[in-house]
Design a protein around this ligand. Structure first.
Ligand code: FEO
Length: 389
């Protein structure tokens, strides 16, 4: 067997995907990703925790070279980047059983055609003995899909967390060596797939916190040998507190909305408010999602196209709505040539955001004195609201 040793009984046998640039045909991967699988060997049984994306199954097979028997393949999550190589492994290891939650069992049957008799379902909190090692299963729903679970290895105090605490990073580092880089990638991961389920993630954190954890081994990105840093980061992201920050995604066609955006950003900055500006013609939506994790306010900037907002603004507003960040306030600024329903249409796109809408500013043509005064008023209102947070 090749792989990379974590201790005498636990080995990383995953695959890095250096060139992947999009996940789920949606999520940008500026730094590629990895699919982590872990082999856990007890005195009586051997378990493989998660597999790899089918595009990289040859790398997994190579890592398992010399492993003659696998008794359990733990499918912590049915999404194909972790489960997709299971059918191939069931052929290679004809006595192996897939271990999953009952909900995941149905998905594995539907998505991968795995025979039902090959799946052993486990209840929340139940254990499976490998001899001198034990696997404890902890249901952690919605750390992407509803069927997800983590696996705890008490003898070594290792939590295998699948997407939970994951980061899309292709790296040769087995462990976190650059906390700042992993923090950014893990925050992006949380923002894109877990933020909509913040209250459930909070309950999952309580279950995880009830365990003595020395190491977190996610199924994407490097292993946390100092897990306190990522646990503290998650506690911050899932908390109710918001920061004195404004997220300002915008589009401009002929410079009017650009001028308004720049003016508002300066006005907010003068009032001590941090602003994150995103030109939606070029922005990485992952960075927009990251900024939405903490900000108190979103201001959406748009020109008017056929009466409504620019289509890219529609997309950004819809994205903010589905990600359900803990924003408290929202507003809209923009411009038009002869008439506009942009404000009403954008407001209708964000029903999930439990925000107070602050006075929008809409300008006909290029902004002048009256518009700048309205933007200053909006900036003052935002700054005042933020001081009361
Ligand atoms: Fe890494 Fe939801 O799959």
């Amino acid at each position: 067997m090749k792989g990379r040793k974590i201790n005498d009984n636990v080995c990383w046998v995953g695959a890095a995907d250096w060139n992947r640039r999009l996940f789920d045909s949606l999520v940008p991967l500026p730094d590629g990703t990895s699919y982590n699988a872990y082999l856990v060997r007890g005195t009586e049984k051997t378990a493989l925790i998660d597999t790899v994306d089918p595009a990289k199954s040859d790398l997994l097979l190579n890592q398992l070279d010399g492993i003659d028997r696998i008794d359990y393949i733990v499918a912590q999550h049915a999404e194909q980047d972790h489960s997709g190589s299971i059918p191939m492994l069931l052929g290679k290891y004809p006595d192996a059983k897939v271990v999953s939650t009952p909900k995941a069992q149905g998905m594995l049957l539907d998505l991968l055609g795995i025979p039902e008799k090959r799946v052993l379902t486990v209840e929340d909190g139940k254990t499976l003995s490998l001899g001198n090692k034990t696997l404890e299963f902890i249901y952690t729903p919605w750390v992407h899909w509803p069927e997800t679970m983590c696996t705890y290895l008490p003898e070594d105090k290792i939590l295998f967390s699948c997407d939970f605490f994951g980061s899309h990073l292709a790296t040769t580092d087995l462990y976190v060596t650059n906390q700042a880089a992993v923090y950014e990638a893990a925050k992006r991961y949380y923002a894109e797939i877990m933020m909509p389920f913040r209250s459930i993630i909070r309950k999952n954190m309580e279950k995880v916190d009830a365990h003595d954890i020395k190491m977190i081994a996610p199924s994407h990105g490097p292993v946390y040998d100092q897990p306190g840093f990522i646990l503290d980061a998650y506690r911050d992201w899932i908390s109710d507190s918001v920061k004195n920050e404004v997220v300002l995604p915008y589009i401009s066609m002929h410079g009017s909305t650009q001028k308004m955006t720049d003016y508002l950003a300066d006005s907010l900055s003068e009032r001590g408010v941090k602003v994150h500006i995103f030109d939606l013609t070029v922005t990485d939506i992952g960075k927009l999602a990251i900024a939405l994790v903490d900000a108190a306010t979103i201001v959406i900037g748009t020109p008017t196209v056929h009466i409504g907002p620019h289509p890219a603004v529609y997309y950004a507003a819809h994205l903010a709505n589905v990600l359900r960040p803990k924003l408290r306030y929202a507003s809209i600024i923009g411009s038009y040539g002869w008439s506009s329903k942009a404000i009403e249409q954008i407001a209708g796109l964000i029903p999930n955001l439990k925000v107070e809408i602050l006075d929008p500013v809409l300008c006909r043509g290029y902004p002048q004195g009256e518009t700048f005064a309205a933007l200053d008023k909006l900036a003052t209102m935002i700054a005042d609201r933020h001081t009361k947070l």
